[in-house]
Design a protein around this ligand. Structure first.
Ligand SMILES: Nc1ncnc2c1ncn2[C@@H]1O[C@H](COP(=O)(O)OP(=O)(O)O[C@H]2O[C@H](CO)[C@@H](O)[C@H](O)[C@H]2O)[C@@H](O)[C@H]1O
Length: 490
């Protein structure tokens, strides 16, 4: 099959979180299984050019209809670690993707509506006719609308769309002006409740709803979160739309690219190790301490890696830090804040603890350092409020870093409690799970993990090794995606 992935991120060239990992890992595994894949992305000024080889002009003078006129684009092609990628570069005064950041401007909805339109225009003009166009998250929600309402009549009637939702909270959308900009127009038609109309903001269209209504298949990134999105308030207002379209909606667990996330081959870490020589992990712990100026002593290191966002349970992250110190453990945090308020909060904490020999807070995005932390820490806390899938716990498992997670979303599908999990045998368990959102709940899970580390190191290591042996590669999830593609293709 020929598949085109369309997204706003693809690791490691463009990554702000898990979306980038998924687009890259999924595409690579599809190729491994014999399919042809292209990835189409915006060309941001701030992307990591050092990960692209053979960057060249693939299409010049692409004129993309927009508003009352058009915007000229260049399309660049290149390989990202072997993967065929195309980058769309618009030339206009708006400088859509030259803002020194990926997201966070008031016109984000317009920028990505334009991107979606440009992708279709490029495929149309360049005679790219994949069987499947796989769109990701709100940024590409309008693409299936434009495909089936506009481009179908311009020779693209054989394409089918799979739409993957990584985060229901961010749905994209805006006033009906966007319909004019994309030349969909026809307000009366699109603003109906069974099409694009937002369920809470009057006269607004909703991109994610558009993606759900118009795509041939829709999924989110774990089975448990698919259930939550439909039957709890985690669909953030889209529960009804999902119910209407339930026959084409399901959950497919994310995978990990084990060529990137694997302590047996990881080029970033100082000492390679696997489940059979787990004791070598200690050398990575030592290296991590040296790198972060932590005191060398016989103590566990507890880590947090992730966006600092309300989604991630930031109050509990700070509590985990305080509790770790109370229990004489060390704590390492790597995160970038998604709001000024959280940025200030974490900078204050960092300044307060700057000289503490047992704490390091790194408030930036640093891919290389993340590998060192996964390899060197003993435990990873993931106290999320909601978590569609979660990659940090799966990466931690592969690196023998025992996850301590809240039992929500994909965390339920991947972490099985050491003490209480009726559905898994003791030898299948791999971490510690708590359920409530209060500090006491987190503490009880951290307590159980720390007690095991302090009193029975052998049992703790055995648990970590069991985690390393779990298979969260892309092999199985990709089979499920291929099944979806086969079902919907023309
Ligand atoms: N400061 C930092 N420096 C370096 N690396 C950092 C970092 N902050 C985060 N990362 C990395 O980004 C990725 C985060 O993965 P998550 O699954 O937690 O993603 P996120 O919530 O962004 O994505 C959404 O999409 C993904 C993919 O579908 C879902 O798993 C998830 O539940 C959903 O919220 C990991 O690779 C992590 O190591």
């Amino acid at each position: 099959m020929y598949i085109v992935q369309v997204a706003s991120e693809c690791a490691p060239v463009i990554k702000s979180g898990g979306l980038g990992d998924v687009v890259f890992g999924l595409s690579r595994e599809l190729e491994n299984q014999g399919h042809a894949v292209d990835v189409i992305l915006p060309k941001y000024d701030c992307m990591r050019y050092d990960h692209i080889s053979g960057l060249h002009q693939a299409y010049d003078d692409l004129s993309v209809p927009w508003g009352n006129g058009s915007i000229r684009c260049t399309v660049l092609g290149g390989k990202v670690h072997g993967l065929n990628c195309f980058f769309i570069e618009p030339h206009s005064n708006e400088n859509f993707f030259n803002r020194g950041k990926y997201y966070g401007d008031n016109d984000d909805n317009l920028r990505f509506a334009f991107f979606s339109r440009a992708v279709l225009e490029y495929m149309c003009m360049h005679n790219k006719r994949p069987e499947i166009i796989h769109c990701h998250d709100w940024q590409t929600g309008l693409l299936p609308v434009m495909l089936f309402e506009q481009y179908k009549y311009r020779g693209m009637d054989g394409q089918r769309v799979c739409y993957t939702i990584h985060n229901f909270k961010h749905q994209g959308g805006g006033s009906v002006g966007i319909l004019g900009a994309t030349q969909l127009n026809n307000e009366g038609y699109y603003l109906s409740p069974d099409r694009l109309k937002d369920s809470s903001i009057p006269n607004h269209i909703n991109f994610m709803k558009a993606g759900i209504v118009y795509s041939n298949a829709v999924n989110t990134v774990s089975p448990h979160h698919a259930w939550e999105a439909r039957f709890s308030n985690e669909g953030y207002g889209l529960g009804h739309t999902l119910a209407v379209h339930q026959d084409k909606f399901k959950g497919i667990l994310n995978g990990l690219d084990y060529e990137v996330w694997n302590p047996e081959v990881d080029e970033h870490i100082s000492m390679l190790f696997g489940p059979d020589d787990f004791e070598l992990k200690d050398l990575n712990k030592k290296g991590l301490r040296e790198r972060l100026w932590l005191e060398e002593k016989d103590r566990p290191i507890i880590a947090y890696i992730g966006r600092l966002d309300d989604q991630k349970g930031v109050g509990l992250v700070l509590h985990a830090l305080e509790y770790a110190l109370r229990r004489s453990a060390q704590f390492v945090l790597l995160g970038s804040a998604t709001s000024d308020h959280l940025k200030n909060l974490f900078w204050q904490t960092k300044n307060r603890l700057n000289d503490h020999p047992d704490v390091h807070l790194e408030l930036s995005f640093n891919e290389e350092l993340s590998h060192l932390i996964y390899a060197g820490a003993d435990m990873m806390v993931v106290p999320s409020n909601y978590e569609p899938c979660g990659l940090t716990q799966m990466i931690s498992l592969k690196y023998g870093t025992v996850p301590i997670v809240r039992g929500v979303g994909g965390l339920v599908n991947t972490v099985f409690d050491y003490d209480n999990d009726e559905n898994h045998l003791p030898e299948e368990r791999n971490g510690f799970v708590f359920h409530q959102t209060d500090p006491g709940a987190l503490e009880s899970a951290m307590h159980r993990s720390l007690e095991l580390w302090y009193t029975d190191r052998q049992a703790f290591n055995k648990l970590a090794i069991q985690g390393m042996r779990c298979d969260y590669s892309w092999r199985k999830p990709v089979e499920q995606y291929i099944e979806v593609y086969e079902t919907i293709k023309a």
